[in-house]
Design a protein around this ligand. Structure first.
Ligand SMILES: Cc1cc2nc3c(=O)[nH]c(=O)nc-3n(C[C@H](O)[C@H](O)[C@H](O)COP(=O)(O)OP(=O)(O)OC[C@H]3O[C@@H](n4cnc5c(N)ncnc54)[C@H](O)[C@@H]3O)c2cc1C
Length: 406
């Protein structure tokens, strides 16, 4: 079997056995590749889904196995599966890739798909994080009504943990350095503040954490926030340290890839998928990983490129979340200087970001508005960034599609 660049392809190694890794194995088989596939994963359990870890932190003790969620077991499709094994280095030669591991020596292949995801950031050794099934189990064991939980960071994951913990009677304080919750949404994030307040969460914004100890959190202004447990929810960093020297990385650890998910100026034998990749999108510019949808869809693109097949669509960045009983969806990338318009209805609301002074839509954020979610998905599926009539979009009874220009 030959790949796009005429590379004979009889051995493909997938490194990282999370969503992007499992999907890569499945796509290799779905797209007709019959050669050898190897899958290496640092965690010792089969691939599972991360979003339920926070959304169902307290009511779903078992991991959501990807074999069930994807209705296909990637482990059955691979010829060699090494779980509990971390890749420690990558070497690229003219005719091979070599991956060294901590527990299984060196593996060679014709091509490698890198899917090692991300590692949560945690500047405070006493704080915990929520990233793995083990983290979730440990938190679940220690959270109980009346216990005091401090969460550092009011982003997507901080908000989800705060919501489920408060609903279970945990006393929750959330400390956010920026001006409001969901800071990626700018001022729009602050529209969610009332949910936190009505759930009884003590949300403190514009506060700086200086240290964490077993009594709680100390703030830069000297204040102390007493807590039995502290969770750091301050973002994640692409897990690419093991690739030092083999591939060029951005300062945040991401690997820049083209529309085929091949590293820029990198070997045609390499593809990068999921949280590790910062991809070039014709519509949205540079798109960072870090969200589920990219890990789900990217592998189809990576595999098509490797096999020399036509590369599928350029999906819009998409994030979903469930917070305080609300269903949230964000399509596109909000620009910091964009104009923002609101579309408010009785059942929910939608915010729309436009490039300053234009009708060019950059992002859509919906709360409890499934019709607007479906419309946003379709609008961003077009080749060009959509242009919408700004006067029409604020009327929630007008379908978003009806506001489309041209
Ligand atoms: C609690 C939580 C909730 C989330 N909720 C949402 C949500 O609601 N919406 C959304 O859009 N996104 C959400 N995300 C993000 C989403 O889950 C990730 O974007 C997605 O899992 C990325 O998939 P991935 O395969 O790239 O990485 P991962 O899922 O992180 O998988 C990477 C795997 O590679 C392994 N690995 C790492 N280094 C090595 C190595 N050197 N060798 C071998 N294996 C290695 C890791 O152990 C891991 O198993 C959430 C994430 C978390 C943690």
């Amino acid at each position: 079997m030959s790949a796009a660049d005429g590379i004979p392809l009889s051995r493909v190694l997938v490194v990282g056995a999370g969503l992007a890794g499992a999907r890569t194995v499945i796509e290799l088989r779905r797209q007709g590749y019959t050669g050898w596939v190897g899958l290496i994963g640092a965690e010792s359990i089969p691939p599972y889904d991360r979003p339920p870890l926070s959304k169902h932190l307290l009511d779903r003790p078992a991991p959501a196995w990807l074999a069930d969620e994807l209705a296909t077991d990637a482990l059955d499709l691979a010829d060699q599966v090494l779980l509990g094994t971390a890749a420690t280095g990558l070497e690229l030669t003219a005719d091979q890739v070599r991956v060294s591991t901590d527990a299984a020596g060196e593996l060679t292949a014709d091509a490698v798909v890198l899917a090692t995801g991300s590692t949560p950031m945690n500047p405070w050794p006493t704080a915990r994080v929520l990233h793995t099934a083990d983290d979730a189990a440990a938190l679940r064991a220690d959270l109980a009504p009346g216990r005091r939980l401090a969460i550092i960071g009011a982003g997507w994951i901080g908000a989800e943990i705060a919501g489920v913990a408060a609903a279970a009677g945990v006393e929750v304080t959330v400390l956010e350095a920026l001006a409001g919750p969901l800071p990626v949404l700018g001022a729009v994030g602050d529209l969610t503040r009332r949910w936190w307040e009505s759930a009884g969460v003590d949300l403190r914004t514009g506060v700086r954490v200086s240290s964490v100890d077993d009594r709680g959190v100390w703030l830069a202004d000297g204040a102390h926030v007493p807590a039995d447990l502290v969770v750091a929810a301050v973002g994640a960093r692409p897990a690419s340290d093991w690739l030092t020297g083999a591939l060029t990385r951005d300062p945040d650890g991401s690997i820049r890839v083209d529309a085929q998910l091949q590293p820029l100026n990198g070997s045609p034998r390499v593809r990068v998928v999921g949280d590790l990749a910062r991809r070039r999108s014709a519509r949205h510019g540079w798109v960072s990983g870090g969200h589920w949808d990219a890990a789900l869809r990217g592998p189809a693109v990576a595999v098509a490129g490797l096999l020399g097949a036509p590369v599928p669509e350029d999906p819009a960045p998409y994030v979903f979340s469930t917070q305080f009983g609300h269903e949230l969806a964000l399509y596109g990338e909000p620009g910091r200087t964009d104009d923002v318009l609101l579309r408010e209805a009785d059942d929910g609301w939608t915010a729309l970001w436009f490039a300053p002074g234009t009708e060019r839509l950059s992002a859509v954020f919906t709360v409890d508005r499934p019709r607007d979610v479906a419309a946003a998905r379709r609008l961003f599926a077009a080749e060009q960034v959509p242009a919408l009539d700004r006067a029409l979009v604020t009327d929630p009874s007008t379908p978003l599609r009806a506001a489309l220009r041209g």
